[in-house]
Design a protein around this ligand. Structure first.
Ligand code: GUN
Ligand code: ZN
Length: 392
């Protein structure tokens, strides 16, 4: 089941509320990525503390390990990973595509060798729906082909042509039909989203979305962005597609992006985002803050007593109290300490960095929602940009 209530709009931007089988999600929302049934390095209790409302899981990875028998014996992903709020699972299309030489895509589905043990495996729209039904995720994604920007190696192959993009989009469209048929045959009680493809071609995106809208999905995703294209191309597609989707259905931009991309995406009418950027970058010492980004490996942090972000209330910046003391001091950790943990390769370093980055992304969306509630999103956007340009 899925219910979407549109609470308020400002231009194309929307404030909404999504009700799913495992709970309510206030939109616009950022969804932390938990590929293998864990948001890397973060306990579910911490995710709740930082206000995560819905997380991702991955059909492909969970199918490889631990496999369907184990998932079935736990009654799905929620009971296995001990997360009782909503979960969205990606279909495996993007991940199988990322295998490169190890796979062969046909109309029927994708043949590939297991990256775990080399076994010959086959993923089709039907198989993806069967796996996601066992996982019992609240939002199920159709199997699609993520049309790449480059055909072959970047700067060695060629940019996807219109004919190639059309062929790929049309197959994703047929896979949408097969996904929906199988999802319904299985009696899956959750919600299936269709995925708009079409590469960098607006008219193909339009065709794709019209066909999907005709099929009446409870929600729609925009796929095939952040696939190696230049930023202005991504922004062009982001400005084109979301607001053309039905107003009363949720819209999900897959795999995007930077904090700026999220705020711009909201302005274009997107309700849901996911990206590995806050978690992956954290593990590489790249931290996002209100006043710009910071590389904790940089020697200039060696003896800096300040927190990462003086306005952040995360556990890393402000400790358990989450607030500053009367003298402005905080119970959180210093940049110097985080720099030290990184230099020593200590586990706590990436854990704290991940908590901070996710908190930053989730709080950014919370501020976006508050601005939309107040009818002040345009002013928020301006303040956001000037804050981010200030520097840390
Ligand atoms: N994640 C990022 N982009 C995509 C996409 O185009 N399709 C799917 N299934 N997942 C994605
Ligand atoms: Zn913080």
């Amino acid at each position: 089941m899925l219910q979407f209530d549109l609470l308020k709009t400002e231009g194309h931007a929307r404030r909404g509320r999504l009700t799913l089988n495992h709970g309510v999600v206030e939109t616009p929302i950022f969804m932390p990525v938990g590929t293998y049934g864990t948001v890397k390095g973060v306990m579910p209790a911490s995710l709740e503390d930082m206000g995560a409302q819905i997380i991702l899981g991955n059909t492909f990875h969970l199918w490889m390990r631990p496999g369907l028998d184990v998932m079935q014996s736990f009654g799905g992903l929620h009971g296995f990973e001990k997360w009782d709020k909503p979960i969205l699972t990606d279909s495996g299309g993007f991940q199988v595509w990322s295998l490169g030489d190890m796979r062969k895509i046909t109309e029927e589905g994708v043949h590939f060798a297991s990256p775990v043990n080399g076994d010959k495996l086959f993923m089709s729209p039907e198989v993806s729906m069967q796996i996601q039904t066992v996982l019992n995720s609240d939002i199920v994604m159709q199997l699609d082909e993520c049309t790449p920007y480059w055909q072959g190696e970047k700067n060695v192959g060629h940019i996807t042509t219109e004919a190639e993009a059309r062929k790929s989009m049309e197959m994703s469209r047929r896979w949408a039909v097969r996904s929906k048929t199988e999802f319904e045959r299985l009696g899956n009680p959750n919600a299936l989203f269709g995925i708009v493809q079409g590469g960098m071609f607006e008219h193909l995106r339009q065709e794709s979305l019209e066909a999907l809208v005709e099929m009446d999905f409870p929600g729609y995703a925009i796929g095939g962005v952040s696939v190696g294209e230049p930023k202005d191309e991504m922004l062009r597609i982001m400005a084109h597609t979301p607001h053309r989707l039905p107003a009363h259905k949720p819209r999900y931009l897959m795999g995007v992006g930077t904090p700026e991309d999220l705020v711009d995406g909201v302005a274009c009418g997107v309700d849901m985002f996911d990206c590995v950027m806050p978690t992956r970058n954290a593990r590489n010492g790249h931290l996002f803050t209100r006043y710009g980004d910071l590389k904790i490996r940089n020697a200039r942090h060696k003896s800096d007593h300040r927190p990462l972000d003086e306005t952040c209330t995360c556990y890393a910046c402000a400790g358990r109290s989450g607030v500053a003391h009367a003298d402005g001091g905080r119970d959180g950790f210093s940049r110097a300490y985080l720099h030290h943990l990184d230099r020593c390769g200590e586990m706590l370093g990436p854990m704290l960095a991940t908590i901070h980055n996710l908190h930053y992304y989730l709080n950014l969306m919370k501020e976006v929602r508050a601005a939309l509630d107040a009818g002040a999103f345009a002013a928020f956007q301006q303040q956001f940009r000037s804050d981010r340009a200030r520097g840390v």
